[in-house]
Ligand binder design. Structure first.
Ligand code: RB5
Length: 148
């Protein structure tokens, strides 16, 4: 599984930690920046990760900003993206099982590193349940098409 990761300055440290963690676990990782604590604009990085996933260059994405809010909003603007902002392992499991989320958003300033890595594991290891959830995720994808 190839995973695209991206952050702004507020998520930089957590993004670096996630990159090393995933590489140690044997995942292929493409790091789309940012590359320092210097202030940058989170929409740029959310979009870059979302486009990598939407075009099939990456299988899943992980985006991080200070709260995870801004960068998740940015990622969800890209057609075909279902980005879930998660603050617990349960939320990560449910956003995979019910929303078939293809991008995980985390808050570098709001979620501790150890919990964040557990959330990453849950996001990558949990399967979509399908069934009734398929109809709902199809609605999300179709509405994206109708508006674009
Ligand atoms: C940057 O200071 C901060 O606004 C950003 O990282 C994020 O929290 C936005 O939602």
């Amino acid at each position: 599984m190839l995973i695209a990761i991206a952050s702004d300055h507020g998520g930089f440290h957590l993004k670096e930690m996630i990159r090393k963690y995933l590489a140690e676990k044997g995942y292929k990782v493409v790091d789309l920046g940012t590359s320092s604590e210097e202030s940058v604009d989170y929409p740029v990085f959310g979009r870059a990760c979302a486009e990598a996933v939407a075009t099939g260059k990456a299988d899943r994405g992980i985006v991080v900003c200070g709260t995870g809010i801004g960068i998740s909003i940015a990622a969800n603007k890209v057609k075909g993206i279902r980005c879930g902002l998660c603050t617990s392992v349960e939320m990560a499991e449910l956003t995979r099982k019910h929303n078939n989320a293809n991008i995980l958003a985390l808050g570098g300033r709001t979620t501790g590193a150890q919990l964040a890595l557990q959330i990453v594991d849950a996001f990558l290891e949990t399967e979509f349940e399908g069934g009734r959830h398929e109809r709902r995720t199809a609605m999300l994808d179709q509405w994206g098409e109708a508006l674009s």
